[in-house]
Design a protein around this ligand. Structure first.
Ligand SMILES: CC(C)(COP(=O)(O)OP(=O)(O)OC[C@H]1O[C@@H](n2cnc3c(N)ncnc32)[C@H](O)[C@@H]1OP(=O)(O)O)[C@@H](O)C(=O)NCCC(=O)NCCS
Length: 179
């Protein structure tokens, strides 16, 4: 039988001078059900079925999912990024870059404006530095209000835009920031 402690991912990173912390989540984590709930309840209504994304986090072969928890272990933010640095957009000058798959405050209506978004950005900056990446990139959709200007606030610039890459009639933007 697997003990509860062995199922908890021990990579817990306390954010200095804050009562919140980041935990890595995969199939063995006690927080996996929370991640599934966030994708189903908060992200699927914006982007459609998240079954594939949930499964990719469950397997965690090519990506890492981290949850930002408050001192009651209540999730306040979610971060998913690719483990390997990417050259997919080398033609656009984006090489050796950390790809953000998801960066979102959980229940934004309740939790936005409280500094959780900043903590997510600071965490991804730290990861980019740890991985010695040249930069960080992310794709955002016109559908989701807020993320594009949020990333721009933290120095990301639009490198490319697509008219209907993800969904017909919906603009998508490739944003990049040097590290
Ligand atoms: C966009 C989002 C990450 C912002 O998080 P937040 O917790 O409200 O941000 P914070 O309170 O930490 O704010 C940090 C700074 O960013 C600024 N900011 C917050 N949201 C912003 C926005 N939409 N545009 C521009 N700046 C923004 C704040 O004014 C603050 O500025 P400061 O430097 O003066 O302190 C959050 O609202 C969210 O996740 N929304 C859902 C968006 C979504 O659909 N994401 C899917 C993408 S995968």
């Amino acid at each position: 039988m697997i003990s509860l402690t062995s199922r908890v991912n021990t990579r817990t990173l306390l954010t200095p001078e804050k009562s919140s912390k980041f935990v890595c989540v995969n199939s063995e984590s006690i927080f996996f059900a929370k991640v599934k709930q966030i994708f189903t309840e908060s992200i699927a209504p914006l982007y459609g079925s998240q079954d594939k994304a949930i499964n990719q986090i469950y397997e965690s072969t090519d990506r890492t999912c981290e949850l930002l928890l408050d001192n009651a272990d209540d999730p306040k933010g979610i971060l998913v990024y690719k483990n390997a640095l990417q050259d997919e957009f080398a033609d656009h000058g984006i090489k050796n870059s950390l790809e953000i798959k998801t960066l979102m405050v959980v229940k934004p209506k309740e939790n936005s404006g409280k500094g959780f978004g900043r903590q997510l950005i600071e965490r991804i900056n730290d990861i980019a530095t740890e991985k010695v990446s040249d930069g960080i990139h992310v794709t955002v959709s016109q559908n989701a209000e807020g993320p594009k200007t949020f990333f721009e606030h933290f120095g990301f610039k639009t490198v490319m835009e697509w008219e209907s890459r993800y969904a017909k009639g919906v603009k998508e933007y490739l944003l990049f920031k040097s590290v």
